[in-house]
Design a protein around this ligand. Structure first.
Ligand code: IMP
Ligand code: MG
Length: 175
């Protein structure tokens, strides 16, 4: 049987996102395009853009969808773009939003993809950062929570496509 042990409650996530949005709004001004990495960032992005608006930083929203081959619980450098390339403005800042930075391969791939198609300044934001798992050096501009090496689900984040609808973040426990 599997159960999910709560790591951050829905209220704790909401509070952190308000603070994070204020941090972002203090650093970024002018045109902002937020690009969410699908699918894992969809709930975080929905809450973050509304918090940014409340913080005085309205934005455009785009998505890009990445997929990595093989076992999602294991590090893989084989990241590919599936679906279309996001529609980016020509001026202002891009805020690339992901759910988790783990080995760093996915976000690095996304940054390089955007750099190839745009000269805009690119900042990065992740809800969760697992620095102990890093395999490629990547500078993440804004981090929601720094967490240890545990497999997290909920709040948009899946394990084999399950648990995305869970309102909180937790760790899957096999019993
Ligand atoms: P990276 O390329 O190793 O940095 O992995 C990033 C992606 O792997 C994240 O955007 C997630 O989609 C997935 N991932 C990494 N860690 C976890 C986890 O703990 N739970 C669920 N998905 C994860
Ligand atoms: Mg992801």
């Amino acid at each position: 049987m599997t159960t999910v042990k709560q790591m951050y409650s829905a209220d704790e996530i909401a509070d952190r996102i308000d603070v994070l949005a204020a941090e972002i709004a203090a650093e970024i001004s002018g045109h902002l395009t937020v690009i969410g990495v699908l699918k894992g960032s969809f709930i975080f992005l929905a809450d973050l853009v509304r918090a940014l608006d409340r913080a005085g930083l309205p934005c455009r929203v785009e998505f890009l969808r990445l997929s990595s081959y093989g076992n999602k619980q294991k590090a893989s450098g084989d990241v590919v773009l599936i679906g279309g390339y996001p529609d980016v403005d020509s001026d202002g800042t891009i805020l690339l939003v992901d759910d988790i930075v783990d080995t760093g391969y996915s976000i690095t791939y996304a940054i390089n993809l955007l750099k190839a198609g745009s000269t805009m300044q690119i900042k990065t934001c992740t809800l969760l950062d697992k620095p102990s798992r890093r395999e490629v050096d990547v500078d993440v501009s804004f981090v929601g929570f720094t967490i240890p090496d545990e497999f997290v689900v909920g709040y948009g984040i899946d394990y084999a496509e399950n648990y995305r609808s869970l309102p909180y973040l937790g760790v899957v426990e096999k019993k």
